[in-house]
Write a new protein. Structure first.
Length: 398
């Protein structure tokens, strides 16, 4: 209730300001949409700034390790690049460690992985997940939770014990409470079994595609891995000296005991040590200071900064594109001149910029959480919000 009403009040009131200022009555402002637009604009500014990077390829035996050193000035980068011939690596110590699996998916992590791996847009991923949910293949896909129900744990146990052996099963709840649990398969239907049913025409649903399969496979493997035993690994702590640079690194070099790596890929690094000749293993590159946002990275940013909700992540970005504030090019999000004009106006108006700021939105989201937990009165919050907006209108009339 608070979210819906506040979005309408703030959006309607300040969208009217945009119509008047820019002469376009189809523009819109929003308490989440506006700060997200600001992030995209700021990231594009950083993208236009250049830095100079010396990359040193220390890969060995098929294991990749790229050391990257960043310079603000071209001359310094070039001088370092031309003079560097050797890299010295000192082993500071070795140890064994247990590495736990990643938790099962919630909405933001699912969206990010689908974007990173397959370049799926947010609306596409949510549409695929909606179909998988409606067909009964996965649990509800709009969730902030990684909690696993007793049924989910039993489901994973059945599959893991049969596929790998009971010693690989390590049940985890991952979280507490909440209306929803993590995103997981609803049955122990292996991806390859799902593919076979689909290709043979025995799946029993209309519209199933390769992309549905790819998303299901991501969800299935991530969930099953989350219920498997840790991977025991060998870790080397090294000090890398390259010219005047000293860089500490942790290298995971060997798997000593299998675990969740039986399902998810586990990257190993080369056991580097001693003096290495790098004359033919270095490159000098000019790169952007930061890369443009992808759909997945922007969702992760919203989650990390505490604005937006699983049900709104895709809609927020879709709205920015629909309004012409942002365009998408090969999976990257780029602000338009219109988007920059809109943001400049909204962030420069002293009377309204508070309501469209990241800080205010985070505060309101926190209050919404308290309402859901029964710790705050939604009527009181809405009255206070209405009074604040009314005060702005009264102030401007004077």
């Amino acid at each position: 209730m608070v979210r819906r009403v506040s979005d309408r009040w703030v959006g309607f009131e300040f969208s009217q300001r945009l119509w008047s200022a820019l002469g376009k009555n189809w523009l819109s402002a929003g308490r989440v949409q506006t700060p997200v637009l600001g992030w995209i604009i700021q990231r594009e500014k950083e993208y236009r700034q250049k830095v100079y990077k010396v990359q040193i390829d220390l890969s060995q035996e098929g294991r990749k390790f790229l050391l990257e050193l960043t310079f603000e000035e071209k001359d310094k980068a070039k001088a370092f690049f031309e003079s560097l011939e050797k890299v010295d690596i000192k082993v500071l110590g070795e140890r064994e460690e247990l590495r736990n699996p990643p938790p099962p998916y919630r909405t933001d992590t699912m969206l990010k992985d689908a974007s990173d791996r397959y370049r799926f847009s947010l609306p596409k991923t949510m549409e695929l997940a909606q179909s998988l949910f409606e067909w009964g293949f996965i649990t509800y896909h709009r969730t902030d939770s990684v909690r696993v129900s007793d049924y989910g744990i039993a489901l994973a146990g059945e599959y893991i014990k049969e596929e790998f052996g009971k010693e690989y099963f390590s049940p985890r709840v991952w979280g507490e409470g909440g209306a929803h649990e993590c995103i997981r398969p609803t049955k122990a239907l292996e991806p390859e079994e799902l593919r076979s049913l689909w290709l043979s025409g025995q799946l029993g649903v209309d519209g199933f595609s390769k992309d549905h399969f790819l998303l299901y496979e991501l969800i299935f493997k991530r969930f099953m891995a989350s219920q498997m035993r840790p991977v025991k690994v060998k870790v080397m702590d090294v000090l890398i000296r390259a010219g005047d640079f000293e860089i500490s690194r942790e290298l995971v070099t060997d798997i000593l005991e299998d675990g969740w790596n039986r399902i998810l890929r586990f990257e190993l690094q080369p056991p580097l040590s001693g003096e290495l000749d790098v004359k033919d293993r270095k490159t000098l590159k000019v790169q952007p200071k930061a890369y443009l946002y992808t759909h997945g990275e922007l969702v992760q940013e919203m989650k990390n900064r505490g604005i937006g909700r699983p049900s709104t992540y895709a809609a927020i970005i879709a709205k920015l594109i629909e309004r012409g504030y942002v365009i998408e090019n090969k999976g990257f999000l780029i602000p338009t001149s219109l988007g920059k004009k809109v943001y400049e106006f909204l962030s420069s108006e002293e009377s309204i910029k508070k309501f469209l700021s990241e800080e205010w939105t985070k505060e309101l989201e926190a209050l919404m959480d308290l309402v859901e937990e029964g710790k705050e009165d939604y009527v009181k919050i809405l009255r206070e919000l209405y009074a604040q907006i009314l005060a702005v209108k009264v102030e401007e009339k004077h």
